[in-house]
Design a binder for this molecule. Structure first.
Ligand code: CP
Length: 307
């Protein structure tokens, strides 16, 4: 397998590449249980995080991952940079190119920006989320978390609930789940369901029909208020009543012994309750921990173009 330069989405990865990244994340995760959690794999390399949108998990997860591989880590502070004075993304990249950065991790509200950057630099570009398009490392860490539970995912059913329309997580995670043989269903209000979805994906408008489908795992999405340009539902309370994981729905989840996932950050009282956050079968913290191992594996798998 020839190492690729960039990770921009799941669709462009071959099955072999997906398996390579997921398999190699296993020994990286084993490392976390050692007192010394660092290996010299990327010593002498530099990774830069370039986030035009806020992030808690993804940015810090990449920073920890790169540190554990002994890479140097730099954060480009967009707010304090010439970008606020109107510098274009490409001008910024030219500047970074001159600094001989090896990996740049990019998040941007506009779909396609990581792709544009990748075409204009020798640096390896990793998409940390672009608009509604893709969030490939979230999908990989979700797949890794699911594989820890079920080594063979073929035939397993994942129910993805919430704001599908605006969610790059829904797109990337449902894509990788299907590639790994899972059956995928979406549950959302009509106003937050994309007009076109792949025909293999089941569409539900209420929890009752979704429960009848007998999912193996429920994946809640964050309601992305910052992307909602118009009122897609009457109120947060109304959303919670019809589509959230209420205490009654949590009881069903528990009775069926189903695991629960969420990419974070959560809106307590909207898609999930405090009780949901304390659910014993929640995999949310596993997702966060696995994110580091998977991102180590991603950095390990990419090859920047030579200087
Ligand atoms: N899951 C995710 O992308 O979280 P952040 O927005 O905190 O990075």
């Amino acid at each position: 397998m020839t190492p690729r330069k960039d990770l921009l989405d799941i669709a462009s990865l071959s099955d072999e590449e997906i398996t390579f990244i997921l398999d190699n994340a296993v020994p990286f995760k084993d490392l976390f249980r050692r007192s010394v959690k660092k290996v010299p794999t990327l010593k002498g390399r530099t990774m830069l995080t370039l986030f035009y949108e806020p992030s808690t998990r993804t940015r810090s997860s990449f920073e920890v991952a790169a540190s554990r591989l002994s890479a140097d880590v730099t954060h480009f502070d967009v707010e304090a940079s010439s970008i606020v004075k109107g510098e274009s993304v490409i001008d910024t990249i030219d500047t970074l190119e001159a600094m001989r950065i090896d990996y740049v991790v990019v998040r941007h509200k506009q779909s396609g920006i990581p792709n544009l950057i990748a075409r204009n630099t020798r640096t390896s570009v990793i998409n940390a989320g672009d608009g509604w398009h893709a969030h490939p490392t979230q999908a990989l860490l979700d797949a890794f978390t699911l594989r820890e539970r079920w080594p063979d995912l073929a035939g397993r059913r994942i129910l993805i609930v919430g704001d599908i329309q605006h969610s790059r997580v829904a797109r990337s995670t449902s894509h990788i789940c299907r590639r790994l043989g899972m059956q995928v269903a979406y549950l959302a209000p009509g106003s937050l369901m994309p007009r076109e979805t792949p025909p293999e994906i089941k569409i539900f408008g209420n929890w009752s029909d979704a429960w009848d489908w007998t999912p193996d795992v429920v994946y809640l999405l964050r309601v992305q208020s910052e992307r909602l340009t118009e009122p897609f539902f009457p109120s947060a309370a109304e959303y919670h009543r019809h589509y959230g994981l209420t205490d009654d729905r949590l009881r069903i989840l528990d009775q069926r012994a189903l695991p629960l996932m969420h990419p974070g950050p959560v809106n307590r009282g909207v898609e999930i309750t405090d009780a949901g956050m304390n659910y014993s079968r929640s995999l949310i913290n596993d997702q966060v921990e696995n994110g580091i191992a998977v991102r180590m594996s991603v950095l390990y798998s990419l090859r920047p173009e030579p200087l």
